[in-house]
Design a protein around this ligand. Structure first.
Ligand code: EPZ
Length: 431
């Protein structure tokens, strides 16, 4: 099992290339099941979750081919993957494969839409709350599927095909919207999705589906309309830049001070987070190359944030922002409204000497002058990133254990930070 050693202190200066977004890559890969033609995805990040999903799709019968290195490619260039679901040989996604990653549950939608049936294990994923799938199943039922739950599996059937309908989500759900969107593309007739998630990753999926021949209007707004088609074709699509990776490194720079260009990042994908970082005292300059984050002098200003569905402050940056606030010059309040148990990083941040009090869905952070490096444990993907934010500014050495959480969502994290002057290395312990 690997761990990461960080010695805090150095300011970050240089360039960090931003990878393709994990949370766009996963639904895009799953969309390959909707067509018997080849879907080529560019700028796919090299992540454990991507590899795991390739395994799951392979089990369904999808052939995939990953392009090798091309002249002039940088080591951090994204991968190009060709996915070919000409013959789906298995409509079951078994527990052993699905339990490790929640997003893999979403294969239920294209399997059902194209094959008329799907049997998918109830999902696992990060321990950040109960994370039910009732709304995903409601969406499929609205499109005419029958749903049974048996021995930990969801069995969805629509032998005559799905039928367009209105789907009204009582709560904004990213996975629910991805599911509804994919299923509706091949349903007969018109579907209206109300209270749809507006996340950029939804727009990226819709853009790709449109290239494949789907008829979709309104992605990126809370009402999406889909006119079903009988078949989708192949397409070539580049995954959008990762807004959570962008925000995480921006918070690292705001924490240590310095001057870093986040190459390829797009400010429009995370404006609310950039506003919070800039209110904390860093300068954010956005141009054609990416987003430059500068903090030269002055302390970290406390800023209150509340997580909300897009375009609000993202829950996937809540932990990292808390990391930043641990050294602010005063008290900040961080409210988590999306997941009920997304404060696992609080006890780990306390190991650095951070002062954080929990009051229901609110963390009250009282900034301290110094943090001290410590052995800490990554509990989930984004929580792990908050430990990196703290470690980069803490005095002395930090060892982040259970790095596999970070590997699920951050490509080449140590190399990217080390290239900007951080003292960071991966230690492989074997076994
Ligand atoms: C996506 O998860 C992301 N995952 C999460 O990122 C992200 O935190 C989340 O959206 C919110 O932005 C991927 O894109 C792969 P939801 P998802 O359905 O789709 C409740 C990361 O670190 N809900 O929008 O699973 C749910 O419990 C991950 O990269 C129901 O009640 O999230 C939550 O409170 C972690 N019933 C809220 O809705 C349902 O059927 C939003 O969840 C579905 C969801």
């Amino acid at each position: 099992m690997d761990r990461i050693r960080i010695v805090g202190g150095p300011q970050l200066t240089g360039v960090i290339p931003i990878s393709g977004a994990k949370n766009a890559a996963l639904p895009l890969m799953i969309a390959s099941l909707l067509t018997d033609a080849t879907l080529t995805l560019e700028n796919l990040p090299r992540l454990a979750d991507v590899n795991q999903l390739l395994r799951i799709l392979g089990n369904q019968g999808v052939d995939y081919r990953i392009d090798g290195k091309r002249p002039g490619d940088s080591p951090t260039a994204g991968q190009t993957v060709h996915l070919d679901a000409r013959r789906i040989v298995d409509t079951t996604a078994p527990y052993e494969l699905v339990s490790r990653m929640r997003a893999s549950f979403w294969v239920i939608a294209p399997l059902l839409a194209r094959m008329g049936e799907a049997k998918v294990s109830l999902p696992g994923g990060c321990a950040i709350g109960t994370r039910p799938v009732d709304l995903l199943l409601m969406a499929l039922e609205r499109l005419g599927a029958s749903i049974e739950i048996e021995a930990g599996y969801v069995i969805a059937r629509a032998p005559q095909g799905l039928r367009g309908n209105e789907i009204d989500f009582p709560k904004v759900t990213v996975g629910g919207t991805h599911t509804a969107l994919m299923a509706a593309t091949l349903a007969k007739g018109h579907t209206l999705i109300r209270n749809a998630a507006r996340e950029p990753e939804i727009v990226d999926l819709a853009d790709c589906l449109i290239k494949m021949g789907a008829k979709i209007k309104g992605a990126g707004t809370s009402e999406i309309e889909v006119e079903g088609v009988s078949r989708l074709g192949g397409a070539r699509h580049a995954v959008l830049p990762d807004r959570i990776e962008t925000g995480t490194y921006a918070m690292c720079v705001a924490m240590t001070g310095g001057d870093v260009m986040l190459q390829g990042a797009r400010a429009d994908l995370l404006q609310s987070a950039l506003d919070a970082i800039s209110a904390s005292g860093a300068q954010i300059i956005s141009n054609d190359e990416g987003i430059r984050v500068v903090r030269k002098s002055g302390g970290i200003v406390p800023v209150d944030v509340t997580t909300e569905p897009y375009p609000g402050f993202p829950t996937d940056l809540q932990a990292q922002f808390m990391g930043l606030m641990t050294m602010a010059g005063g008290e900040s309040r961080i409210r988590e409204t999306i997941f009920e148990n997304r404060f696992m990083h609080v006890q780990e941040l306390a190991r650095f000497g951070a002062k954080i009090r929990l009051d229901n869905d609110m963390a009250i952070v009282t900034g301290v002058r110094t943090l001290k490096g410590a052995p800490v444990m990554a509990t989930d993907l984004r929580a792990s990133a908050s430990l990196v934010v703290a470690a980069l500014a803490a005095e002395g050495e930090t060892i982040v254990n259970r790095v596999y959480h970070l590997d699920r969502g951050f490509e080449h994290l140590e190399q990217k930070l080390a290239a900007c002057g951080a003292i960071v290395e991966r230690q492989s312990l074997g076994g």
